[in-house]
Design a protein around this ligand. Structure first.
Ligand SMILES: [Fe+2]
Length: 199
């Protein structure tokens, strides 16, 4: 049986080679080492496994399916567990790290996560020192960046978040799955943007 993680890593490598925005954002890492699997489920893991709305296209559906295939094996995160973000967000939003400091494939050069949000969920304004690139793999969501007009992104679309610039994401009628890259300061986690700072 093929190793699902190796398959997913190859899909990430192929996506990186395929998409000019990913190529421009950073080189694909050359310092990867496999870490022991640490499986951890959160409520979003169950939701993703039951999800039927992650519509994709020919170019991105294999990468979507790779992330879904590794979902039962992954170390799912609730990044905002100790904040006041609220139970609904914690019970429905999730991510796991494929490449990076705590990814299945360790790297010091970049981080690569998958994020999943079901329909009708608001990911509040937040910011972090890392620069960030989202590539939507399936579904759609409205992305907001401080000082810019909101935009709806679909499979193949990307959005860039500069260091420390607040951004937010909202799903409406559809769920979304996105591949998220970090470069620069990889250490410091995202924090919710305080109400007085939020746009
Ligand atoms: Fe972010």
């Amino acid at each position: 049986m093929p190793d699902r993680w190796q398959t997913l890593l190859q899909l990430a490598r192929a996506a990186h080679a395929d998409h000019p925005d990913l190529r421009a954002f950073c080189d694909f890492p050359d310092d990867l080492s496999r870490l022991p699997a640490n499986q951890h489920r959160i409520p979003a893991t169950d939701l993703l496994e039951a999800e039927t709305g992650l519509i994709s296209d020919d170019r991105h559906s294999a990468f979507r399916d790779g992330f879904i295939g590794c979902a039962p094996l992954a170390d799912w995160r609730q990044t905002y567990k100790d904040t006041n973000i609220g139970a609904d967000f914690l019970n429905r939003f999730g991510c796991y790290e494929l490449i990076g400091l705590e990814g299945t494939f360790h790297s010091h050069q970049m981080r690569g996560f998958v994020v999943y949000s079901p329909a009708d969920l608001h990911y509040p304004w937040h910011h972090h020192p890392a620069e960030e690139l989202y590539l939507v793999l399936a579904g759609e969501a409205e992305f907001c960046i401080h000082g810019e007009k909101p935009k709806t992104l679909r499979p193949g679309d990307t959005t860039y978040h500069a260091s420390m610039v607040p951004h937010a994401m909202t799903t409406h009628d559809h769920p979304v799955m996105a591949y998220v890259l970090w470069r620069g300061n990889l250490m410091d986690p995202p924090v919710l943007t305080h109400a007085e700072m939020a746009p």
